[in-house]
Design a protein around this ligand. Structure first.
Ligand code: TXA
Ligand code: MG
Length: 344
């Protein structure tokens, strides 16, 4: 199969919507990352999503809707809190775990009685969902376990020949995935930090539970497989240096020098201001923007990881980041990408 690269004209979107209705797979931009879409109510399309990604059938998909009013198509009962969350954050990068409607195939939810739902805000995603007029199951459009795609080129690098089309809407504005919030617990539980911060959610519904690290039990029970330790991983091993910024940066420099002395090729992934401390080292370096601007760092993170991977360093060193606001999601993705975390 030759994967078509579509533009964002209304004719191209109508074509993509028709492909979805016929059970084909179409990757499309959302405000977070590119999604690999298929008709959520079509079991064969859902099976094709898992096959194209090489994703285990035990890892459930997010269902994307054009409008919150369509919730009743995929959700059996709507908890009271959902109205408040939807009013505050939809359309946008918040995914809610809710009771599954019987018409949603169990293949979408990996056999669970819950379903993940979100209403994306990206204009191309919205146009596609409105035109297709079906709920669209869409994981991130990458090979399973690989770095999520923030451009159509990233999608094609992973999935060319395996899907019918990708709509090229340019780089995605947020750059990391949606926040996943389980609304079947009281209070709700944060399963994956993402584009909507914990602080923003708590400002609307009060304190919530946080579960960002799986226990052994949850790993085997696969509560939310996106919580597995190794995920979003680059092809080359990443060492993350954690601790107060000055200490972590000094330790990063020492580790990088040791690796160079051992004859390794190294890559560096850093906020702008760290560059001065390592500028003299022979390394492939990607900067993420100022440490004071987590939104910019999030937007650039996955492209930077892919760019480093392409240059095939033996080891990538990154400095851990601050955990407030979007920083929590950034830190989470860095930790999941890391083969090793060193406390400075
Ligand atoms: O921003 C995003 O969320 C992107 C865009 C394309 O919407 N999608 C995305 O999908 O990141 P994916 O499949 O890469 O991640 C979905 C996460 C996984 O960690 C999955 O395990 C979890 O949501 N999930 C899905 N359904 C679930 C359920 N019923 N219960 C618990 N976790 C669930
Ligand atoms: Mg993913």
């Amino acid at each position: 199969m030759q994967t078509q690269r579509l533009d964002t004209s209304s004719a191209a979107i109508a074509h993509a919507a028709e492909l979805l209705r016929r059970g084909e797979l179409v990757a499309f931009p959302t405000e977070t990352v590119y999604g690999l879409g298929g008709n959520a109510l079509d079991e064969q399309a859902v099976a094709a999503i898992f096959a194209a990604k090489g994703r285990p059938a035990s890892d459930p998909l997010i269902v994307h809707l054009a409008d919150p009013r369509e919730l009743a198509r995929v959700v059996a009962t709507i908890p009271a809190l959902v109205g408040q969350l939807a009013a505050a954050f939809w359309p946008g990068p918040l995914t809610l775990i809710l009771p599954r409607h019987p018409q949603v195939p169990l293949a979408v939810t990996a056999g669970r009685e819950t379903v993940a739902v979100r209403v994306p805000s990206h204009p191309i995603a919205r146009a596609l969902l409105v035109t297709a007029d079906v709920p669209v199951a869409a994981p991130s459009a990458n090979r399973f376990g690989h770095t999520s795609p923030t451009t159509a080129d990233h999608v094609l690098a992973d999935l060319a020949g395996r899907i019918a089309a990708v709509i090229d809407g340019g780089p995605t504005p947020i750059g990391i995935e949606s926040t996943v919030l389980d609304c079947t617990t009281t209070p709700p539980t944060l399963l994956r930090p993402g584009g909507i911060s914990l602080e923003a959610i708590e400002s609307i519904i009060g304190p919530i539970h946080i579960r960002t690290r799986p226990t052994g039990d949850e790993q085997t029970g696969m509560v939310s497989p996106g919580l597995l330790e190794r995920h979003y991983a680059p092809d080359h091993e990443l060492w993350l240096i954690s601790g107060p910024p000055a200490l972590a940066l000094a330790r990063l420099r020492r580790e990088a020098e040791a690796a160079l002395a051992a004859g390794l090729r190294i890559g560096l992934l850093l906020p702008d201001e760290d560059l001065a401390i390592v500028r003299d080292l022979p390394a492939d370096t990607e900067t993420l923007g100022p440490a004071s601007d987590p939104a910019q760092m999030a937007q650039r993170l996955y492209a930077a990881l892919r760019a480093l991977d392409e240059r095939q360093p033996d080891r990538i060193f990154a400095r851990d980041l601050d955990e407030t606001g979007l920083g929590r999601a950034l830190r989470d993705r860095l930790r999941r990408a890391a083969a090793r975390v060193i406390e400075a």
